[in-house]
Design a protein around this ligand. Structure first.
Ligand SMILES: Nc1ncnc2c1ncn2[C@@H]1O[C@H](COP(=O)(O)OP(=O)(O)OP(=O)(O)O)[C@@H](O)[C@H]1O
Length: 238
């Protein structure tokens, strides 16, 4: 069963066709990566799924329900959570306080503390729990941001370039976190440029090009596809 489906999803910005009749399916329990050259429309697709842009046409279904016209906060309440490229953490608060702000939406008292501890361990931030979030390294900030998204107990986690600016070790550790979340039942849609990361986590890959679905398959199928290689070299036009 699909947790997320788009049908002929369309978005124009003025005369620019940025999302072009995209039919996309993300199965329940899947880790699905969205790749494509700069300007392919990946972030726009994300924002359409989140309700930050309204589509020019087509439909978005989440867990079998039509959410095309639902507000962003309603989508989040139904279990869609997102980590954007730019950390949205509270820099002047401690790491622990950041997580508690997100967790207190559904937890209080002892269980709030227990879950904060569990999440700190999971994010490899236990030693940094009393540091101000603004003083964390770039990679640690990204993990805290993932933690803030995970704290909302999503069924579908959207990750926009979660490993941007990370070292290879941090990238690998992030992949392990995503896989652990997935093992707990979270479906994941990630926009990512780092192909090592995509290879590590993706069960399915969709390639966008000029706003259209250009190719879909396993990572091995995608890297073996010469047409996909050529769009990154700017040789193929839709
Ligand atoms: N709010 C907007 N208004 C007008 N044009 C926009 C807007 N947002 C994005 N675009 C344009 O839409 C196209 C797709 O942009 P988008 O950010 O979705 O691509 P992307 O695949 O995420 O790119 P990147 O990998 O560089 O982040 C680009 O040409 C961009 O300039």
């Amino acid at each position: 069963m699909a947790i997320l489906e788009t049908r002929k999803l369309d978005k124009w910005f003025g005369g620019l066709h940025v999302t072009d009749e995209v039919d996309f399916t993300l199965e329940q329990g899947e880790i699905h990566c969205l790749i494509g050259p700069n300007g392919a429309g990946k972030s726009t697709f994300f924002k359409l799924v989140l309700g930050e842009h309204s589509p020019s046409g087509g439909a978005i279904l989440y867990d079998g329900k039509d959410i095309t016209k639902a507000k962003s906060f309603e989508r989040i309440r139904h279990g869609i959570s997102v980590k954007f490229q730019v950390p949205g953490i509270f820099q002047a608060l401690k790491v622990r306080q950041n997580l508690q702000i997100a967790l207190q939406h559904h937890l209080q008292g002892a269980s709030l503390n227990e879950e904060t501890d569990r999440l700190l361990e999971f994010l490899k931030l236990k030693d940094a729990e009393n540091q101000l979030a603004g003083s964390l390294s770039h990679g640690q900030k990204q993990w805290l941001e993932i933690g803030m998204a995970v704290a909302l107990k999503p069924k579908l986690l959207l990750l926009d370039e979660p490993t941007a600016g990370m070292t290879p070790d941090e990238t690998h550790a992030t992949g392990e976190m995503v896989q652990a979340l997935n093992a707990e039942g979270v479906s994941v849609l990630a926009v990512e440029h780092d192909m090592a990361f995509v290879r590590q986590i993706a069960q399915k890959v969709t390639v966008l090009h000029f706003g259209k679905v250009f190719a879909q398959g396993t990572i091995n199928e995608i890297v073996a596809d010469e047409r996909v290689a050529s769009i990154y070299l700017g040789e193929v036009h839709a």
